[in-house]
Ligand binder design. Sequence first.
Ligand code: NAI
Ligand code: MG
Length: 332
Amino acid sequence: MHDIVLIPGDGIGPEITNAVTTIFDKVNAPIKWIRCSAGLSAHEEQGDPLPDDTLEAIDNYRTVLKGPLTTPVGAGFRSVNVALRKKFKLYSNIRPAKTLPYIKSRFDDVDLVMFRENTEGLYIGKEQWIKEDSHAESIAVVTREASQKIIRSAFEYAKKKNRNKITLVHKANILKFTCGLFMEVGEEIAEEYPNIEYEDLIVDNMAMQMVMRPEQFDVIVTTNLFGDILSDLASGLVGGLGLTGAANIGDDAAMFEAVHGSAPDIAGENKANPIAFLLSSLMLLEHVGEEKLADRIRQAIFYTLKDKSVCTPDIGGHGSTTSFTEAVCNYL
Ligand code: NAI
Ligand code: MG
């Protein structure tokens, strides 16, 4: 039995969480959910978007499945997602993008995994006005240690999953120190993995290549800002953010989440597509060593995509969150 912290989240969070728990119950998944709250709902109910008992549970159990959390724009509170990534040192953000059967997209053979450095780069929040209203500056940080961690985790993943190629993405021609260091670390680590092909590409060229011929890429590793942008691009190659899962992994904690937000416009209407969150929960199963069970559920999801009468409207279906969930359960 694996103890997993479950944060249903805001907006459509509870509905897509219900899809996951229903399907996991159906196959008697060896998971014990420790339910906790965070986000806007926790803020409203307990006066804290990240309550102490939630933090304690994560500290204790170390593996989390987290629904989307609403972050108010402007005043309110700072992003709980960012706080969790920082606190538990979840340095690697992993987003697979794979063509799904029966889903319309521009390509039919995309199968890549993006590793994005999640803790530094241009996203450390060190910004300042040099002259109010006319001159702002932002600082980027790249360290050897964080670069080693993310690049090594990409190589280890490739080795474990029998993937053949790593593409490191940078802009070292212009950002000679920060991206230069990231690239230097990449070259050093690549030498330790002679069986994995290694290349590096400059980010603008990469963006063009991904849109022209995405099938040439396998595992991609890059810094925070580039990874943020390219991972959404990768989701777009296979049908959008509603269809890709994500993991945030550190040395001693892991958090799995959907990449989309809380979709307040459709919350409570039984229209939310649970696929992205389901794929994240399958990454969680794999993480705790339940690969076979993950494969079994994945097959059931793929099979269910064939029947548009049970799929949600965002992917051209005529069904609902619950009809899709029931159909997956029936297939299982
Ligand atoms: P969003 O992803 O919630 O919604 C964008 C559009 O996509 C909406 O039209 C929505 O209905 C649709 N959509 C999203 N997920 C869907 C699903 N599973 N099935 C069907 N349609 C879906 O992005 P938005 O509107 O920018 O953000 C809403 C809230 O979510 C904000 O408070 C934002 O801060 C938060 N957010 C949280 C994230 C997280 O917890 N990881 C990530 C992104 C946004
Ligand atoms: Mg993003």
